[in-house]
Design a protein around this ligand. Structure first.
Ligand SMILES: [Zn+2]
Length: 412
């Protein structure tokens, strides 16, 4: 897969025959991916392709070992031949996901079903050039561990804003990066496409991509990431909201207390100074004199330590105050949280709802769900994997032409 444009279903005019064939194959593969244990008849119904086309495509995909076919249990079928059911063949295709954070980065090799096969850690280095060189070495090792044609792409998550054209991180406050040419440095020397986005956007994408299997897919929701500040990934009508210049979702820097604390961004009273992981650990340090991680605060709270419980309560209150603006302004069906809030879910859920109910008219809260991330500490990593997969399967939020420019493809 070297050309994304070749499978753009929305392309004006006639598609080349090979592109059409590839597009139909992807359509069938995506139907199988989204609906485990699908029969050929169901594929035809879902994709709109004729039964004979589906049979032809399925045969070719099976021959290429991209899908596996099995018969359903005979016991359930008294009359006639039982239909065969189809699944993506695990390990047939691969992607690499990269999650860059100030606490260290991770690079994962996953197959196209989203199963992570190998994860490697890369230590933080304050010099972006040094860090990116180390990351490049690891990415290259994982990409070249598989035959080139079986690696679909590399997805990269960074907690910062991107210049999509220059493929540069323009500002990552928590990394201390300004105008760092991330994509050009990571893409050197191997021939697979490289895609990138903000970590909060990708955390949202990962939830949507992997949660959708077998469950009702979320169309409008906000992923609130609380590690290293607060970022929000906003999915509207199934698409990641990037904004005019790729900077949408920086709700972490909305003002919660105008006369409050100085934020790393230079402004005063930002939401993330009150509800992020660093806000929680600072609260705990101020109350106990002890410097511990946010997960240690959570673990002390589960042991019943009053100071830890009070800090969680206060952080949850401030988190919910910020969420009120998101819920009132965006009308999401769900808010998904990660980091300390997901880890302390049983301790803080009630408090979050209490604040929301106090602050938001009941009719505006109707139908809204709050939930912890399905991916715990791996949300952005799964999102980076999902990004590379979305580009291959060509569905959901990255299929629209106006969004195509927001993603970099390498070696195309
Ligand atoms: Zn700020």
């Amino acid at each position: 897969m070297k050309s994304v444009s070749a499978v753009t279903f929305t392309t004006q005019g006639a598609l080349r025959k090979s592109a059409l064939r590839q597009a139909n194959e992807r359509l069938v593969l995506n139907a199988i991916r989204e609906n485990p244990e699908l029969s050929r008849v169901e594929i035809s119904r879902i994709t709109g392709l004729s039964p004979s086309s589906v049979t032809f495509i399925v045969k070719r995909l099976a021959k290429d070992k991209l899908i596996k076919e099995s018969r359903v249990d005979m016991a359930n079928y008294q009359v006639g031949r039982p239909p065969s059911i189809l699944q993506l063949a695990s390990g047939a295709r691969f992607v690499v996901g990269v999650d860059i954070t100030p606490l260290g980065s991770r690079v994962a090799l996953a197959d196209w079903t989203g199963t992570i096969l190998e994860t490697r850690a890369v230590e933080w280095d304050p010099n972006p050039e040094v860090l990116l060189r180390s990351l490049h070495t690891v990415i290259r090792a994982l990409v070249t561990s598989k035959p080139a044609h079986r690696v679909l792409g590399v997805g990269v998550a960074v907690p910062g804003t991107w210049d999509m054209q220059a493929r540069t991180v323009t500002n990552a406050v928590n990394l201390g990066w300004k105008d760092v040419a991330v994509a050009p440095m990571l893409e050197k020397g191997f021939d697979v496409p490289l895609y990138f986005d903000n970590n909060a956007n990708l955390s949202a994408l990962g939830e949507r991509w992997f949660r959708s299997r077998g469950a009702r897919s979320l169309e409008n929701f906000v992923f609130v990431t609380l590690g290293g500040g607060i970022g929000t990934g906003i999915i509207i009508s199934g698409n990641v909201l990037h904004g005019a210049f790729g900077r949408a979702g920086e709700f972490g820097h909305m003002i919660l207390y105008p006369e409050g604390r100085r934020c790393l961004c230079g402004n005063i009273g930002c939401w993330e100074e009150y509800a992020s992981d660093r806000a929680l650990t600072r609260l705990y340090r101020e109350r106990t004199g002890r410097a511990v991680t946010e997960m240690e605060v959570v673990s002390c709270a589960y042991k019943g330590e009053p100071a830890a419980l009070e800090c969680l309560d206060e952080a949850a209150r401030c988190l919910a105050l910020g969420l009120t603006s998101l819920i009132i302004g965006l009308n999401p069906e769900a808010i998904i949280v990660d980091n300390w809030c997901a880890a302390a879910w049983d301790l803080v859920e009630k408090r979050l709802w209490q604040v929301l109910r106090d602050r938001i008219p009941a009719s505006w809260l109707e139908g809204v769900r709050l939930m912890p991330s399905a991916h715990a500490a791996n949300a952005a990593l799964f999102g980076a994997i999902a990004l590379a997969l979305t580009r291959y399967f060509h569905s959901f939020d990255h299929s629209e032409p106006h969004e195509a420019r927001n993603f970099v493809q390498m070696g195309g």
